[in-house]
Design a protein around this ligand. Structure first.
Ligand SMILES: C[S@@+](CC[C@H](N)C(=O)[O-])C[C@H]1O[C@@H](n2cnc3c(N)ncnc32)[C@H](O)[C@@H]1O
Length: 180
């Protein structure tokens, strides 16, 4: 069942918000130097299958698809969001990216998504988690993964607004974006 995002999500679904998501994506990529964490090993033998929950305008998926194509890796990418307002037209997406509607916190995960993916990606969801409980989102991600798959969750340290890669020296690797 679709959820009411006006009630459940603080940010608008307009053109300006899509622009903000693009800017945020490029800042993330420039700061971290990657979209898909370098420790993630995709299968060599078959098409990798990657899904993103709350994909917004699919900026991350498009960027990952371009990187994989450069590396001559075959992949199928799926973007899911509770609302399609930010979805680019299918004709403007690479053929290996498909988008669909799903509440990331659903308690009734459709069977078509179960056990299907090598990677589940979640980003910028700290403002979406309700009542401090990310449990349903993590449970769904776990169900969506193939055995040995990866959950990559990138999120904000809202207090400092620093971008820090896991395992890196947080002082050296980060840039404070706090306004003076
Ligand atoms: C929370 S941000 C995520 C942005 C995206 N992951 C990125 O990094 O560019 C905005 C998106 O989250 C979606 N969203 C908010 N609540 C959601 C939910 N419960 N399930 C799925 N998507 C949700 C919004 O519709 C919007 O497209």
């Amino acid at each position: 069942m679709p959820i009411n995002l006006q009630k459940n999500y603080i940010v608008s679904q307009g053109f300006d918000e899509s622009g903000r998501l693009y800017m945020q994506h490029w800042m993330w990529r420039m700061q971290l130097g990657w979209d898909l964490h370098p420790a993630i090993k995709l299968p060599d033998s078959s098409d990798a299958r990657i899904v993103e929950q709350g994909c917004g305008n699919a900026a991350w998926l498009v960027s990952v698809a371009a990187d994989l194509e450069k590396d001559q890796k075959h992949a199928t990418l799926v973007g899911l969001d509770a609302d399609s307002s930010h979805f680019p037209a299918a004709a403007n997406l690479p053929a290996n990216i498909k988008l669909g509607i799903l509440d990331a916190f659903t308690e009734d995960l459709p069977a078509e998504y179960v056990g299907q993916y090598d990677v589940v990606h979640v980003r910028a969801f700290s403002s979406v988690v309700k009542q401090g409980n990310p449990g349903p989102l993590i449970e769904n991600a776990y169900k969506m993964l193939k055995p040995g798959g990866y959950l990559q969750w990138d999120d904000l340290d809202g207090g400092s607004f620093k971008a820090v890669a896991p395992g890196s020296d947080s002082e050296a690797a980060s840039v404070s974006t706090t306004a003076a």
